[in-house]
Design a protein around this ligand. Sequence first.
Ligand SMILES: Cc1ncc(C[n+]2csc(CCOP(=O)(O)OP(=O)(O)O)c2C)c(N)n1
Length: 594
Amino acid sequence: MKEILSGNEAIARGAYEAGVLVATAYPGTPSTEILENIIRYKEIDASWSPNEKVSLEVAMGASFAGARTLVAMKHVGVNVAADPLFTLSYTGIKGGLVLVSADDPEMHSSQNEQDNRNYAKFAKVPMLEPSDSGECKEFTRLALELSEQYDTPVMLRTTTRISHSKSIVELGERITGLPTPTLVKNAAKQVMLPGNARVRHPLVEERMNRLAAAADSMALNPMELRDSKIGIITSGVCYQYVREVLPDVSTLKLGLVHPLPSGLIREFAAKVDRLFVVEELDPFIEEQVKAMGIAVSGKDFLPICGELTPGMIRTAFAGQGIGIESSVPLVGDEAQAVNLPGRPPNMCPGCPHRGVFYTFNRLKAYVTGDIGCYTLGFLPPLSSMETCVCMGASIGNATGTVKVVSEEEKKKVVAVIGDSTFLHSGVTGLMDMVYNNSPSTVVILDNRITAMTGRQDNPASGFTLMDEPAHRIDLALLCTALGVKHVRVINPFDLEETRRVLQEEMERPETSVIITDKPCVLVKREGVFKRGPLYTVMVEKCTGCRACLGLGCPAIQWRATEGKKGVSFIDPTLCTGCDVCRQLCKFDAIGRAK
Ligand SMILES: Cc1ncc(C[n+]2csc(CCOP(=O)(O)OP(=O)(O)O)c2C)c(N)n1
């Protein structure tokens, strides 16, 4: 059976066919759909963790008992999971363990574009890099096999184009006959105190040497000889681009990007007149080839920042004086690139974050921000966010800022963070605020879901990934337990209440928390989000003052009118009846539609 699958769907399928029993993840684009697809395979216990470190620790525990496991995260998630990862490299595994790192060159939906191939080298673990969905499935299985063969976690690196593009995948059956997981006591291997870890480190080095030697004969690294004038070493989606725009050149396609097959690279280099590396982001392969004493070029004429594209590669090679023309017509997206009207990202109509950011704006607050839908509060017209670095950072940022600014300025500082982000890595920041007696205010925007990445459940939403009811963490109780004496829950659609409570808590010279309690409009469960009555603008009362446009609500638009400078108009197909615009119209021109 063949199916057209995305890279993420294919990885899920690969995990199923390879006999994976446990899969864990914290959502993050472009990795999220791996777990969302794994849940269709009932043989796999799949769960969202509160963060990536926990995901990897859960996967480790299952692997130590002998189960094949998969853990998935976006590239920056590996930073969070790095602590267990580096020592897992020493302990090794029992059941195969594959860690999927979904990188995001071009930062389509990320705060940086770090190249996680460096993690494989740094943590001394092998890394596979698929070039299409078929390989996503196959490499998932291979990663698990290599993991068990070499007693190591194996990283599988995708990029956004591989995760989200679709290609043909040949489906297979689920493997049977794997050993049943059971408790195995092996403290010398799994308790990494210095005496044991000192024994393990040389084994890690020896393992990587064995892998490097084996890499030369792995089918994962095919050498495809065509014209001998030019040879290109490449991997991942770049292999597809090279084949598309430079079909005649010879290629060495690396499926295993760490450790590199040095014998194969030497052999390939000797067979071609000029050698190039085509890779996105860092010169990861290129630097290692250079260190082998082989002449090679790549980042001297290809960009280090952002994604490559077929057109970009062809144009760059046309400038190399090697007889490659740049005049071949472009195909696909690049050919169709037309000037579409810009559509800036925006909070949805009825988003419970909007009124809070409107209030921040009016209070001229200095908002230390975080990552989630609410990061859009940075954009005009709300324009109320001064920092946004990584998940959880808002709280520590506020603590640090109030340590050094004047008493008056302290009252302007407020941290803002979503429910999922607070549980991911905000809790420890708040603990620090209380512990070190910081006079800061934290606003937790509890919309009952991890909205930004596509409405995933989290420990405060009351459901698991499998859609089973779960204990719903009471954020107010949690903050109280941490020692916050002033915890207030507000309705963010009530502008007067929001403003008053914010002002009071920002004035207070003690740690305080305000929790907003309205669900995301896109929350997937029936009955959680309730649509309000439809609102309309009474044209005869509208003075065209544009105050309502200051909310940046997509449902409120501007209409030219005869005799007047213009009026606001509420699109009935977008209005959710949140009531916020009505409250700020001084002329009572907004009311319920009849
Ligand atoms: C370390 C890390 N993991 C995952 C992500 C992807 N990500 C961005 S925001 C976010 C959570 C957003 O949920 P929440 O805080 O509840 O805010 P909401 O979008 O619902 O307003 C996630 C998972 C990331 N940026 N960094």
